[in-house]
Design a protein around this ligand. Structure first.
Ligand SMILES: C[S@@+](CC[C@H](N)C(=O)[O-])C[C@H]1O[C@@H](n2cnc3c(N)ncnc32)[C@H](O)[C@@H]1O
Length: 350
């Protein structure tokens, strides 16, 4: 997965094809409508009000659209950060972000810069929308309660699956928990240790502020539920979803859903507070997405208003992105609770 997605010049995210939007392979919430990032910008202000000054740090900024929409909304609300940092794994996407941001918001361009490592003693807000699902995961296969790890090997006819007993101690310990929940006789399950290590390093770097992780995923009991026999691994090519990562290497996206309980446990163990866990729909509604829609409606054409309403439905309906996507909000050293996170809070499920 690491090679297929990130190998310099050839990996899916490193190479030059269009990935996001109608012409690409998948569409993310910031690409669907600016309403998503405008609402997120409102949520960010509940944190920034509690800080003397703040920076924003976005991981995996894709096309750069979320950065542009957030900065424009914060400018409107007179709440701009000192800096908007981006850490982007793909050199190709980074060059697109530079160009798009420079063209769209030349007056704010100076605020944006790209980092190659985490800042020390960061005071501000860290954002990651659909980033953890793009981090390489371990895939386990359980047969009659016995776990093995799935690997890829070179066979006579190309690359193929193979299995080996567990060599990694952490995976052995996780496999016991997974089997207690699932208990099936033949099933697959993913464990994303890289996302947990990533979160631990963010917790060390964050001195004061908050971290918003937005992605598709579930709490642990649901993630390893017996009904999910094939795990959550998915590949995307030209908006077609399937479960075969061995075809189209470097040309298709490979992802897995997020175990939010694992991230919440990592957060607590690294000194962060788990401040909220909401569905994307509840997070956006609490952030005032319907008010923003009404405000935008006054200045838009009838056709644009229709498009915005359709986008609102895609972002919030349970059958679309509303339920599958969740927002995990983690904080450090904030004096006050974040009021909008109290609405439909699902931390009890983690
Ligand atoms: C599915 S895309 C999401 C893009 C964007 N956040 C959006 O919502 O449209 C995943 C992004 O995360 C980046 N990425 C994956 N792992 C990363 C890491 N460890 N650090 C920084 N960026 C990463 C990819 O290069 C890509 O830009």
């Amino acid at each position: 997965m690491q090679l297929c997605l990130y190998y310099p010049g050839l990996g899916y995210y490193s190479a030059g094809s269009q990935k996001l939007g109608h012409q690409g392979d998948f569409t993310t919430a910031p690409e669907i409508s600016s309403l998503f990032s405008q609402t997120l910008a409102r949520q960010l202000q509940d944190v920034s009000k509690q800080l003397d000054s703040f920076d924003l740090l976005e991981f995996g900024a894709g096309s750069g659209k979320m950065a542009i929409d957030i900065l424009l909304q914060l400018e409107k609300d007179n709440a701009l950060p000192l800096h908007y940092y981006i850490i982007e794994a793909s050199a190709h996407l980074q060059s697109i972000q530079r160009e798009v941001i420079s063209n769209a918001i030349p007056h704010l361009e100076k605020k944006v810069s790209w980092l190659t490592s985490l800042p020390l003693q960061f005071s501000g807000i860290i954002l990651a929308n659909e980033v953890c699902d793009a981090m390489p995961f371990h895939r386990l296969h359980f047969e009659n309660g016995k776990p093995s790890e799935c690997y890829i090997e070179k066979g006579r006819e190309g690359i193929q699956w193979t299995q080996h007993h567990l060599l990694n101690k952490e995976l052995s310990s996780r496999s016991k928990t997974i089997h207690q929940i699932n208990g099936g006789t033949d099933y697959y399950a993913e464990v994303n240790l890289i996302a947990e290590a990533w979160l631990t390093s963010l917790a060390t770097s964050l001195d004061r502020g908050a971290l918003f992780i937005i992605d598709y995923g579930h709490c642990r009991n649901s993630y390893y539920h017996p009904q999910r026999q094939q795990g959550t691994m998915m590949c995307y090519y030209q908006h077609q979803g399937h479960d075969n990562p061995l075809i189209l290497p470097g040309l298709q996206d490979i992802t897995s859903h997020i175990d939010f309980t694992a991230l919440a446990e990592t957060a607590l163990a690294s000194g962060l507070d788990v401040e909220g866990f909401q569905t994307q729909a509840d997070f956006l509604l609490a952030g005032g997405i319907t008010d923003l829609l009404q405000t935008n409606e006054k200045s838009e054409s009838t056709f644009n208003n229709f498009q915005q309403k359709t986008a609102l439905k895609r972002l919030t309906l349970p059958s679309e992105m509303g339920e599958n996507f969740k927002v995990l909000t983690l904080t450090k050293n904030l004096p006050e609770l974040l009021p909008r996170l109290q609405s439909a809070d699902r931390r009890y499920s983690l």
